[in-house]
Design a protein around this ligand. Structure first.
Ligand SMILES: NC(=O)c1ccc[n+]([C@@H]2O[C@H](COP(=O)([O-])OP(=O)(O)OC[C@H]3O[C@@H](n4cnc5c(N)ncnc54)[C@H](O)[C@@H]3O)[C@@H](O)[C@H]2O)c1
Length: 378
């Protein structure tokens, strides 16, 4: 086993939602070691958290600018190689840009930036830097999502007719009706989240799942948002009609006020020869349907799965793996790329996925604001 990759973390403190997922994922395949961080904007809080999780405190910095400055003073074989960006959305762009400009690899949470323009600037910056950039669309790391992609690529569904991706959560229902609570959540603050809440936070995962599994690009869309209150600037629910080409159409349904829903991401893809259905809350079951045969259920770890799917399974069939493992698969792909090893297309979402995501988010907002009209994506 080569030496572990030296990982820095920005955000993801003890008070965060996603920090633990990245930390555990980075450890799962024994590829990374956390050597430095800015876990929180408050230095004492960052240091206390580092002590709690047993990360040495000598490379806990007060902010990301200092992290870059100080790390560059270290010999290359001690310096952080890759940073994971796990902060609220508005910080992704300045952090990622500075890291890339200084030769670091980056693993970035979605949405990659808060505007399409920033995303394109970051794309140029990456081209000049030539480092590795992964965007953590976590759900692409599930073995059964990978299996769906590989089978569709091999023609299992024939010509695709219809796609339907739904991402329903309910947690904003407990917040949105109280003005004070509403103002305390960064996801509902355009200065921190960007121009969209529902589509920016979760709709973009559904969008990415469609392009990842079908290999097709969405060409145009028509979006209808619900803000629930006139004085709320951020969408908390939306329905998007999509056209991928003349005869491939579909819908993306997103909601953060679908009361009682937890993390209800589901995707269905219907084609001439058959269809797939997969749900995030039951990730180890991939349903294949057809007009002529009983429903088939594909499960992870069996030899009948594709190489890309099997690469994402660590234990024999019947040992359920979940969200931590899906994220670990993305970290594994990024580790191979950082080490210059061979890796397969689809092992981790790239800058291109990040750019497409911002193109999607801005197109949904434009469509809604212009009166629910069709908008072309680039
Ligand atoms: N891939 C996924 O499935 C998934 C799931 C949840 C969240 N996310 C994304 O992860 C990011 C973080 O979301 P979250 O829910 O964990 O948010 P959160 O509010 O729970 O945590 C954010 C963390 O960033 C820290 N932070 C804030 N400002 C900082 C700064 N200037 N420097 C360093 N740290 C700072 C906070 O102290 C906190 O620890 C968001 O971009 C979100 O969209 C992705």
């Amino acid at each position: 086993m080569p030496k572990k990759i030296r990982l820095g973390i920005l955000g993801g403190g003890g008070d965060s939602l996603i920090g633990v997922l990245h930390r555990v994922a980075s450890f799962i395949n024994d590829n990374y070691e956390i050597v430095g961080a800015v876990f929180n904007p408050d230095l004492d809080q960052s240091i206390n958290f580092a002590k709690e999780i047993d990360v040495p405190t000598n490379r806990i910095y007060k902010d990301f600018e200092t992290l870059v400055e100080e790390e560059l003073k270290l010999p290359e074989d001690e310096r952080i190689q890759v940073c994971s960006i796990l902060t609220p959305n508005f910080l992704h762009f300045p952090m990622a840009k500075k890291l890339l400009e200084n030769g670091f690899h980056v693993i970035c949470e979605k949405p990659m930036t808060t505007t399409y323009e920033e995303a394109k600037i970051l794309q140029d910056t990456l081209e000049k830097a030539g480092t590795v950039f992964a965007v953590t669309h976590t759900y692409t790391g599930y073995p059964m999502v990978r299996q769906m992609r590989e089978m569709i690529k091999a023609g299992a569904l024939g010509k695709i007719h219809k796609v339907d991706a739904r991402y329903y959560q309910g947690w904003i229902n407990t917040i949105i009706h109280d003005k004070e609570k509403r103002s305390s959540v960064w996801r509902l603050d355009p200065k921190k989240a960007g121009i969209s809440s529902c589509m920016g936070d979760i709709g973009v995962h559904a969008f990415n799942m469609i392009e990842f599994t079908t290999g097709l690009k969405i060409k145009s869309l028509l979006c209808d948002f619900n803000y629930l209150y006139d004085d709320n600037q951020m969408d908390v629910d939306g329905t998007v009609l999509i056209r991928m080409d003349k005869h491939v159409k579909g819908v993306i349904r997103g909601s953060q006020v679908a009361t009682g829903e937890e993390n209800g991401l589901a995707i269905a893809i219907y084609g001439e020869k058959g269809a797939f259905r997969w749900e995030q809350e039951k990730p180890n079951f991939l349903y294949k349907m057809s007009d002529t045969e009983p429903v088939q259920i594909y499960k992870p770890g069996h030899a009948y799965n594709s190489e890309l799917s099997l690469d994402g399974t660590k234990l024999p069939p019947g040992h359920p793996e979940g969200i931590f493992d899906a994220m670990a698969n993305i970290y594994l792909g990024a580790a191979r790329a950082i080490r210059g090893e061979k890796y397969n297309d689809g092992e981790f979402p790239t800058m291109l996925d990040g750019v497409r995501g911002l193109n999607f988010i801005e197109s949904t907002v434009a469509s809604h604001k212009q009166g629910n009209v069709w908008v072309d994506m680039d």
